[in-house]
Design a protein around this ligand. Structure first.
Ligand code: MN
Length: 243
């Protein structure tokens, strides 16, 4: 299937994803793997198999902010790689769970599940909250004012979280257990769902600050990428993810 046809198909296939954000994170099927047709002792463990979520825009949807080649490689190579390695790691470690969120909240995750499961969750969220143009609701603006003083202060704090993250990682907007908004960052493919996070919470917005997310267009200027990506956030989806 050529790229244009593939993207057209994915747009149709992903209709409705926004309405039920949790669907994105549980886009999976359960299956029993039994390579030699024997009856293994772990046959009753239903290992979850994850798939790449569909994008509801084209690779060139944000070329003023993120170039099409970065989008294509990031989605079809990097994210697909996390999905493939996650499925392999779940099989090898006999880790099961209803969805990726439940799996990532486990306290003692095998390293390969932590890294690749985080990679799958984080990128699924990232693709979902990007849009060619989105406005905040008055309700969400008020929440940002209440929690951060102003919308500009919120944007600056979020960008700073990404700029100050040493090496590869993510900047996050989350809700804590009292549903209050806070900003944090995590290294590598960790995220605030994990027990290893500096501050655990419910992530509603995640910005990838790995070099693969911006290097073709921005080279070493991570700050410019962070200052620009804030303009292509789908605030309706971010708000819809709130608990
Ligand atoms: Mn990435």
């Amino acid at each position: 299937m050529d790229k244009r046809k593939f993207l057209k198909t994915t747009v149709i296939a992903s209709t409705g994803l926004a309405a039920i954000p949790s669907m994105l994170l549980s886009s999976c099927t359960s299956s029993h793997k039994n390579k030699d047709n024997s009856t293994p002792t772990d046959e009753k463990i239903a290992i979850t198999t994850f798939t790449l979520p569909k994008l509801n825009y084209n690779y060139d949807a944000f070329i003023d902010t993120i170039d099409a080649m970065t989008m294509e490689i990031h989605y079809s190579k990097h994210h697909q790689g996390y999905v493939n390695k996650l499925n392999k790691a779940l099989q090898e470690n006999a880790v099961s769970g209803n969805n990726i969120v439940d799996i990532l909240k486990n306290k003692e995750l095998p390293t390969a599940v932590r890294n690749n499961g985080g990679g799958h969750f984080n990128h699924s969220l990232y693709w979902d909250i990007l849009t060619p143009g989105g406005n905040m609701s008055d309700n969400f603006k008020n929440l940002l004012h209440q929690n951060f003083g102003s919308i500009e202060a919120f944007k600056n704090e979020l960008a700073d979280a990404g700029k100050k993250r040493f090496g590869s990682g993510w900047a996050w907007l989350c809700q804590d257990t009292d549903k209050k908004l806070f900003i944090t960052s995590t290294p590598n493919q960790d995220n605030p769902l994990m027990s290893t996070a500096d501050k655990q919470g419910h992530p509603i917005l995640g910005i990838d600050v790995w070099e693969h997310a911006y290097y073709l267009k921005y080279q070493n200027k991570r700050g410019d990428y962070l200052n620009n990506i804030i303009n292509i956030i789908n605030w309706q989806k971010v708000e819809a993810r709130m608990l």
